[in-house]
Every structure is written in structure tokens, then in C-alpha cells.
Design a protein around this ligand. Structure first.
Ligand SMILES: [Zn+2]
Length: 235
């Protein structure tokens, strides 16, 4: 019984440590997984790639269409200048077709130019987004590796601390341990308070001299009259 207060104080130190280690573990676990930065960088790259694919396909379609129109123009011109068509109405029809096709050619050429410019811009954008994504991904991987190591270390430390706590708790009488646990819940994790110069360090209130003497002797459990914590003196 002589050192019971000290054992409880050691137990409290272990419990505080265990709490800190556990909250650090939760924090590290919470940081695992994809970061917002990574998701954003990948999203930007995918969006630009998708748009580039769209404009490349549009450019191909326009070029194909332009090719088709130019073939038609060639065929129309061949007929127009072959001298085989003499009917004025048919000739006028051919000329109208020719004019219409030339206008289509002009429009398509404009659109091809526009699509080419857009493809150029998007190729640059995709390259930039890819570089950014690679950098963010590398940074993220390094961070995840560091987190995994930190988590493993914390889990190891928690297991060790739990073992130490179990060994220590086994030395305490069950009713005393029950009181400690009860106070720990009520007093924000601090069931034991040091008494320094006759003052309870848990609530900063002076302990009456007679009571303080019993605490110093350490033969029985004394609680602070003000905050209710178990009082101990440090060796
Ligand atoms: Zn107190």
C-alpha cells in the first residue's frame, strides 16, 4: 500500500501517453488515402486529355469532309470544263454546285484551322497537366510512405505501452483500480494529482496540514477535498 499512489501516478502517465499515441495514430490514419491536391491534379489532366481527344477527332472529321468536298469540286470542274455539257440549264446547275462547294471548302478550311489551333493549345495544356500530376503524385507517394511508417511505429509503441500498463495495473488492488478508472473518466483523464508544497496541482487548492501529512506518509489513499483527485507526493 505504501507506494500505491505512485503506482497510480505512473499508471496515469502511461494512460496520458497512450491517449496521445492513439490520437496521433488516428490523425495519421485520417491522412491516408488520396489527397484533394492529387484528385484535383488528376481531374485536370483527365479533363484536358478528354478535350484533346474530342478536338483531335473533330479535326480528323473536318479534314475528311474537306477532302471529300475537294474531290467533288475537282469532279465538278472536270465536267464543267470538259465541253461535254452544253445544255445551259445543266451548266448553270453545275456552276451553282461549284459555287456552293467552294463556299463549303472555305468554311471547312476555316474550321480546320480553328480545330488545329485548339489541338495545339490542348496538347500544351495536357503536357503541363501531366507534368503537374507527376509531381503531385510523387509528392503524395512519398507522404503516404512516410505515413505508413509513422503508423507502424505508433502501433508498435501503443502495443508496448499497453503491455506496460497491464503489468502496472495488475499490481493495483481491484477496488483502487476501479476508483482510479472512475476518477479518470470524471476528471478529464487525470485521476491523480501531485501535491507540491501542500498544494493540489490538479486544482491549485491548499490541502489542510493534517491531511497533507497522511498524503506524505503514503500509507493510504487520500483524495483532494476540492477536486476529488487522488493525491500523491513525488519522491
Ligand atoms: Zn485538487
Amino acid at each position: 500500500m505504501a507506494k500505491i499512489g505512485h503506482t497510480l501516478y505512473q499508471l496515469q502517465l502511461l494512460d496520458i501517453e497512450l491517449n496521445e499515441q492513439t490520437s496521433k495514430l488516428r490523425e495519421a490514419e485520417g491522412l491516408q488515402g488520396e489527397s484533394a491536391e492529387l484528385i484535383a491534379a488528376r481531374g485536370a489532366y483527365e479533363q484536358a486529355s478528354k478535350e484533346l481527344a474530342h478536338w483531335r477527332s473533330r479535326l480528323r472529321d473536318l479534314e475528311f469532309e474537306l477532302h471529300r468536298v475537294m474531290e467533288k469540286i475537282a469532279a465538278t470542274e472536270q465536267r464543267l470544263y470538259s465541253g461535254q455539257v452544253t445544255n445551259p440549264k445543266e451548266l448553270r446547275g453545275l456552276q451553282q454546285d461549284h459555287e456552293h462547294l467552294k463556299r463549303s471548302q472555305q468554311n471547312l478550311e476555316d474550321e480546320v484551322l480553328l480545330a488545329m489551333t485548339r489541338v495545339d493549345e490542348l496538347e500544351k495544356q495536357v503536357a503541363e497537366a501531366e507534368t503537374k500530376l507527376e509531381a503531385v503524385d510523387a509528392k503524395w507517394r512519398a507522404e503516404q510512405e512516410r505515413l505508413a511508417q509513422q503508423i507502424a511505429q505508433l502501433q508498435e509503441r501503443i502495443a508496448t505501452t499497453k503491455k506496460q500498463r497491464a503489468t502496472l495495473a495488475a499490481r493495483v488492488e481491484p477496488p483502487t483500480l476501479a476508483l482510479y478508472e472512475e476518477l479518470r473518466l470524471k476528471k478529464g483523464g487525470r485521476a491523480v494529482a501531485l501535491m507540491v508544497d501542500q498544494m493540489c496541482q490538479g486544482c491549485r487548492v491548499m490541502i489542510p496540514t493534517s491531511k497533507a501529512q497522511i498524503v506524505r506518509r503514503g500509507q493510504e489513499l487520500i483524495t483532494c477535498t476540492n477536486c476529488g483527485r487522488i493525491l500523491v507526493v513525488q519522491d
